[in-house]
Ligand binder design. Structure first.
Ligand SMILES: *[C@@H]1O[C@H](CO)[C@@H](O)[C@H](O)[C@H]1NC(C)=O
Ligand SMILES: *[C@@H]1O[C@H](CO)[C@@H](O)[C@H](O)[C@H]1NC(C)=O
Ligand SMILES: *[C@@H]1O[C@H](CO)[C@@H](O)[C@H](O)[C@H]1NC(C)=O
Length: 391
């Protein structure tokens, strides 16, 4: 009995980790040298920065959360290129926006606040500026009031919410779930807010060595694991904490998997617990191959929106950044690295071959090329910057 079970487990674990690169993918390698890749990425950033509104620290043509993500990629560019080209802009504007909006929360969304806190952590990684680390801790402390603790789940009550919580949904505790919004009546707990909280917690654990953050990351990682992964290993969107109802099964967005992949990658490194990396690899392998957001050529179709801003254009940037973190944290897993490298090159080559006008890029990665849009540029920046590494 025991032996049979062990064999079944082994077989499914091996089957789940076939990390082969689909040969149908379009152009999954390129030979541009690193210096050229750094230039391509910084040139793309240089097309974005004229859109900065110096009074608000936000960019014209994209939303508040997307502006936070623009700062993320500028910081990561310096980290990966070993430069300080973007440092003053990044640091000054992250400080400006922190002064303007308590906890970076302009519109009462916990995920908005954490996109900006995440930018602060990337900037801390690039520049070791302690003020930015403290901004991230401020947001973490604020959002922690909206994380369902084990005691709150048992008591059916979060002190910041006006309704009665379900202690379990489909048999699993709601502990670790993070409310999307701080407003007292909003009942949604979702993967992106929880995934952001996992990632912030894991980075803070790494930078401060404070076990409070590790425990928080584990509790929330277990919430997504128990509630919000479908049978194809893709991360789902929302669970309602008042009645356990769910977002439609076809609400599949790259960033839900991407942010969880990122958080698990850091959590795996911080804890040394291999279950997080195994789970991460299964999700990543599915996410780069699913037909939910790409065809057999591998090019992401989500958020292709030539004429108006679309949140989806921001989603796919988060996904690319998440799988880059997996690449960074797994230097010895050559099959995983080859898969991430190949997928990254598919997107990179599509942008350069099919969607480019000079150094500006369409949000439609199959093209055609078009004039500059802030959201198209934002979506492309993470591809360009991550490719400095993963190519
Ligand atoms: C609500 O959340 C905040 C964090 O944003 C926390 O400081 C506060 O204690 C919570 N409120 C209550 C009544 O627990
Ligand atoms: C660890 O982090 C928590 C949460 O921010 C904080 O309350 C606590 O004081 C920290 N502990 C130490 C030793 O710094
Ligand atoms: C990768 O392998 C090297 C050599 O065996 C080892 O020293 C290093 O710790 C490994 N890195 C990780 C992240 O596992």
């Amino acid at each position: 009995m025991r032996l049979n079970l062990a064999l079944v487990t082994l077989v499914s674990a091996v089957a789940a980790q076939d990390l082969g690169v689909p040969l149908s993918w379009r152009k999954f390698s390129n030979s541009r040298p690193k210096s050229e890749r750094i230039t391509i990425a910084q040139n793309a950033i240089n097309q974005m920065t004229p859109q900065l509104n110096a009074n608000t620290g936000e960019f014209n043509g994209i939303g508040f959360w997307q502006s936070g993500n623009a700062w993320s990629v500028l910081a990561n560019q310096d980290w990966l290129a070993g430069t300080t080209t973007n440092k003053n802009l990044v640091v000054n504007n992250l400080n400006l926006v922190f002064r303007r909006w308590a906890h970076y929360d302009q519109f009462q969304f916990n995920d908005d606040a954490m996109w900006w806190a995440q930018a602060c952590l990337y900037a801390y990684r690039a520049y070791q500026d302690t003020n930015l680390l403290n901004h991230a801790i401020d947001v973490w402390t604020h959002v922690t009031g909206y994380v369902i603790t084990a005691a709150q789940a048992s008591a059916h009550k979060n002190p910041n919410k006006s309704f009665s919580l379900q202690s379990t949904c489909e048999g699993a505790t709601m502990a670790g779930g993070v409310f999307w919004r701080p407003t007292t009546d909003d009942q949604a707990v979702n993967s992106v807010t929880t995934g952001l909280y996992i990632t912030l917690s894991a980075f803070l654990a790494e930078y401060t060595k404070n076990g409070t953050y590790t425990s928080a990351a584990i509790l929330s990682a277990n919430w997504i694991k128990a509630h919000n992964i479908n049978s194809n290993n893709l991360v789902l969107d929302t669970v309602n904490a008042a009645d356990c109802s769910r977002s439609p099964a076809n609400w599949l967005f790259t960033y839900n998997s991407g942010k969880y992949i990122e958080g698990l990658s850091v959590l795996g490194a911080v804890t040394g617990d291999s279950q997080w990396n195994s789970l991460m690899i299964n999700i990543l392998n599915s996410a780069v191959k699913t037909n939910a957001w790409q065809g057999s050529d591998g090019i992401i179709t989500e958020g292709a929106s030539p004429s108006s801003n679309n949140d989806g254009a921001g989603f796919k940037a988060i996904f690319i950044r998440g799988i880059h973190e997996a690449w960074t944290r797994n230097p010895n897993n050559s099959a995983l690295r080859t898969l991430i490298h190949s997928y990254g090159d598919v997107q990179y080559n599509a942008l350069l071959d099919l969607a480019a006008t000079g150094n500006t890029y369409s949000s439609a990665w199959h093209g055609p090329p078009q004039g500059f849009t802030s959201w198209g540029q934002l979506a492309a920046l993470d591809v360009m910057t991550c490719n400095i590494d993963t190519n």
